[in-house]
Design a protein around this ligand. Structure first.
Ligand SMILES: Nc1ncnc2c1ncn2[C@@H]1O[C@H](COP(=O)(O)OP(=O)(O)OP(=O)(O)O)[C@@H](O)[C@H]1O
Ligand SMILES: [Mg+2]
Length: 263
């Protein structure tokens, strides 16, 4: 069965002073509709490169990306992106930052309906009482909640997340895992998320795609994560499979790390 999101023989060469550097080479993944897939790999292997090609923010050197049967060509509202720190306009409130994106993505919807959607998502992420605050008045975690509300309120077919919790403390990160999973389940979104964190990947994913160390990074292995949903952290940690899956991921990363040192 073809995937809802298909990354087919994807390659990326960056121009460098010593000629083109092939960072990603022949990367293949099919993601099913409604699936949550995490991409894990060593720093610098090319995770953000893959994600930004799917977002349409970085050109594809060869191969193709298909979303819901259509080959992508540049960015589009069918893909919502959440980065490590959300790009919020400092002179707009949390609500107006999200409204700005909503105005652009569905200008034909009644303004009152647009406001309702925006306020709904800001409430779900826990910002009901902070919608009028400006970015400088929000904590890092709150700003990231705005970024998540913005991405979901635009109803993209695919959510692309690049280490969205990387800068947050572990308590906030765990809270936002629950916010993200709650929204993802409720809206039945398809998600591709980059993370360094093995436990984060295990808690969130249906499948974890392990990337080999670059250059010429590709898919090294794929792990199925079958913990029942909805997930509670304590249940996942207690699951008899948890440590076997964790060992598998760490084993892969360690062996890739050794190859990287040897090369
Ligand atoms: N614009 C660019 N021009 C040239 N080389 C680049 C560019 N962007 C990234 N690279 C190189 O491509 C490789 C992959 O970078 P990328 O940012 O995709 O890695 P990553 O896996 O996301 O790393 P991290 O985990 O540290 O975020 C790195 O060697 C990096 O130096
Ligand atoms: Mg990165």
């Amino acid at each position: 069965m073809p995937g809802y999101v298909e990354l087919y023989e994807l390659s990326k060469a960056y121009p460098t002073r010593s000629g083109p550097q092939l960072v990603v080479d022949g990367f293949n993944v099919d993601i099913q509709k409604g699936e949550f897939v995490c991409l894990i790999g060593h720093s610098g292997c090319g995770k953000s490169t893959v994600l930004s090609m799917v977002a349409g923010l970085s050109s594809i050197s060869s191969g193709a990306i298909v979303v819901d049967g259509k080959e992508i060509d540049g960015p589009g509202p069918d893909r919502g992106v959440v980065f490590q720190s959300p790009s919020l306009l400092p002179w707009l409130s949390a609500r107006d930052n999200v409204m700005l994106a909503a105005d652009q993505v569905y200008p034909h919807v009644e303004p009152s309906v647009r406001s309702e959607i925006v306020e709904y998502y800001l409430s779900v992420v826990g910002l009901a009482d902070s919608m009028e605050k400006f970015p400088s008045e929000l904590s890092g975690g709150m700003r990231q909640r705005v970024g998540i509300a913005r991405a979901f309120s635009l109803a993209p077919k695919v959510l692309l997340l690049d280490e969205p919790f990387g800068m947050l403390d572990s308590l906030t990160r765990m809270e936002l895992h629950d916010v993200l999973l709650g929204l993802w389940r409720r809206d039945q979104r398809t998600a591709l998320m980059v993370t360094h964190d093995v436990d984060e990947a295990l808690f969130l994913s249906d499948r974890i795609v392990m990337m080999t160390s670059g250059p010429r990074a590709r898919v090294g292995d794929i792990l199925e994560v079958g913990f029942p949903r909805p997930r509670r952290r304590a249940d996942v940690l207690d699951h008899p499979e948890y440590y076997r899956l964790r060992e598998h991921l760490i084993g892969f990363l360690e062996s890739e790390g050794q190859e990287r040192l040897a090369s």
